[in-house]
Design a protein around this ligand. Sequence first.
Ligand SMILES: Cc1cc2nc3c(=O)[nH]c(=O)nc-3n(C[C@H](O)[C@H](O)[C@H](O)COP(=O)(O)OP(=O)(O)OC[C@H]3O[C@@H](n4cnc5c(N)ncnc54)[C@H](O)[C@@H]3O)c2cc1C
Length: 427
Amino acid sequence: MNIPQSSFPRVIIIGGGFGGISLAKKLCKKEVQVVLIDKHNYHTFQPLLYQVSTGGLEPDSIAYPIRKVLQGYPNFYFRLTEVKRIDTDKKMLQTNIGEIEYDYLVVATGSETNFFGNKNIETLGMAMKSIPQSLNLRSLILENFEQALLTDDLHERDALMNFVIVGGGPTGVELAGALAEIKKGILPKDYPDLDTRRAQINLIQGSDRILPAMSEIASSKAERFLEGLGVNVWKNIRVTDYNGKHVATNTETSFESETLVWAAGVKAACIEGLNAKELLCRGGRLRVNEFHQVEGFKEIFAIGDVAQMETEAFPEGHPMMAQPAMQQGENLGENLVRIVENKPLKPFVYKDKGSMATVGRNKAVVDLPKFKFQGVFAWFVWMFVHLYFLIGFRNRVVVFINWVYNYIRFDREARLIIRPFKKIKAK
Ligand SMILES: Cc1cc2nc3c(=O)[nH]c(=O)nc-3n(C[C@H](O)[C@H](O)[C@H](O)COP(=O)(O)OP(=O)(O)OC[C@H]3O[C@@H](n4cnc5c(N)ncnc54)[C@H](O)[C@@H]3O)c2cc1C
């Protein structure tokens, strides 16, 4: 990997997401050699992926080069590769570009879509966990309308304009709201010769309320916002299968749709060598102690979505969200310095800053630890918080300008089929 030996201990961080970046920022100025490895050369701001999928933002404005975040630190090295295996006996990683030894290892690999073993949904459905996947979805949505324009078969046309989003968490809710706004504001102008009123957006949730991790008031308000936008919200229904056209559920309800978006679950992105059953909790997360150490290892740590720290307040681990990942990265940064300096470690305590979701223009729900509010003010708070946490000044400016433009013009100009998506044909 061409990384020089150093008199400082080597800390390897796998993953330049929210956790990995906040840890690397903390460590770079200290007396350690920091090696950050990621399979992408950019950090992805996942909370805004749905805006890429729906043409609201260009992908470049929610991605940021990892090298740029941490440039100028002499002890920092970035390598673009995928870690394939961890050899915990030899304290070594195997990657696509060679092997590398570590003194301390931090797993910050995040999570991936969980299809719960359903191969049909995995192959024929759409996930939205990365920028390439969001671009695929953007292309598919637009290609569907182009196709709907060409067919005489009403049944086929309806299936092309029928969107099924599985999972009523923030991702599903935000995507459904954005699609509903496209239907209302953009489709009639772009496709005057197509009856776009027939387009349907279905949001399917397995439990009795959407946004189940938020307050009841946030759930019911979000549902009302969605229904106001014309989204069909289906609760207590689970999607069981999909053949590329027909969506089967555990009830008598079914859907004919060319687009199924799966936003119904994630699982930890584990790496071979650290995936023994006894190390893993529900969802494949690595069990860690209050100092982020993976059970049984003093020199291996895990943070963010991939880690499960069970505490009294969070018996099933912290929520798989950006804030816990960032706070864990910061705490581990301090602790690694303490280890090097032979000082006692600081246990992690999560400061819950609340959660939020947006449904569309002027519509969002915010749950803060002490206040809950919904509507226009919540929407401004949502925008401010997302701009604040977005990495890179240019990205903030571009996103802000886009939002102002889209707001004034009721538009989403990134509706471009740059890289056509070839959907596997239903059997
Ligand atoms: C669509 C969507 C919307 C979301 N909205 C919100 C929201 O509104 N608010 C919120 O708080 N959270 C939201 N989240 C969740 C939030 O993005 C995650 O909780 C957060 O990204 C977790 O941070 P992390 O550092 O653990 O992992 P990530 O940010 O996912 O980073 C993991 C990194 O590891 C890299 N990697 C993985 N495996 C390997 C490997 N083997 N080798 C090399 N590199 C590897 C990946 O390329 C990636 O860069 C959303 C997530 C999604 C998908």
